[in-house]
Design a binder for this molecule. Structure first.
Ligand code: GDP
Length: 184
């Protein structure tokens, strides 16, 4: 591994994760070099501008998958999230139209408990009226307290720059740590 900082994206299946990653990468001057598959079973790494990675973790909580598959998600994603030194920030996606699920809450609390920097992106914001969106955001901010909840839409581009600000901050923070040599 090259030690570059990594930004992880996680959320329920169908929450809009691939769409959001693609939308973020539409920014001018960004080059997605490679999807480097095969490094792990089901985690996709996208090298961006040769300076950091977007890490697409498998979606969780899909009702139809078997318990064994769910356990697999747990093993692969948990192992990554807990042990990855390069992890700079987790972007947890929720659907802005729905109340957070039990799994959303569990994951959020678990990341916090393990001292992981995280922000919440509420996807598909264009599907709600302004009033509905405000209400959903208020509720989400209560559930995910202490963390920014960014309303996003790939249709309108809403939230894209705000998310990038968080991502850039996460990368900078990580890079600073990186300059300090580890104590033997
Ligand atoms: P993933 O399974 O989490 O990667 O979800 P996808 O990115 O494949 O999106 C699931 C569905 O939601 C697709 O039909 C997308 O077109 C739709 N979708 C994703 N983001 C948005 C959004 O911001 N607005 C709207 N209206 N639809 C979206």
């Amino acid at each position: 591994m090259d030690g570059l900082p990594e930004i992880a994206f996680l959320g329920r299946s169908n929450v809009g994760k691939s769409s959001l990653i693609n939308s973020l990468l539409q920014r001018k001057g960004l080059a997605k070099a490679s999807n480097t598959p095969g490094r792990t079973q089901s985690i996709n790494f996208f090298l961006i501008n040769e300076t950091f990675y977007f890490v697409d973790l498998p979606g969780y909580g899909y009702a139809k998958v078997s318990k064994a598959t769910r356990a697999d998600w747990g093993r692969i994603a948990e192992d990554y999230l807990l042990n990855r030194r390069e992890l700079a920030l987790s972007v947890q996606l929720i659907d802005s139209r729905h109340a957070p699920t039990g799994l959303d809450r569990e994951l959020f609390d678990w990341l916090g408990f393990n001292g992981k920097d995280r922000i919440v992106a509420a996807t598909k914001a264009d599907k709600l009226s302004n009033n509905q969106l405000l209400k959903q955001l208020r509720d989400a901010k209560e559930v995910f307290s202490g963390t920014d909840v960014v309303a996003c839409s790939v249709q309108t581009g809403k939230g894209r720059e705000e998310l990038w600000q968080h991502i850039e901050m996460g990368i900078k923070k990580k890079s600073k740590f990186w300059l300090i040599p580890a104590k033997e």
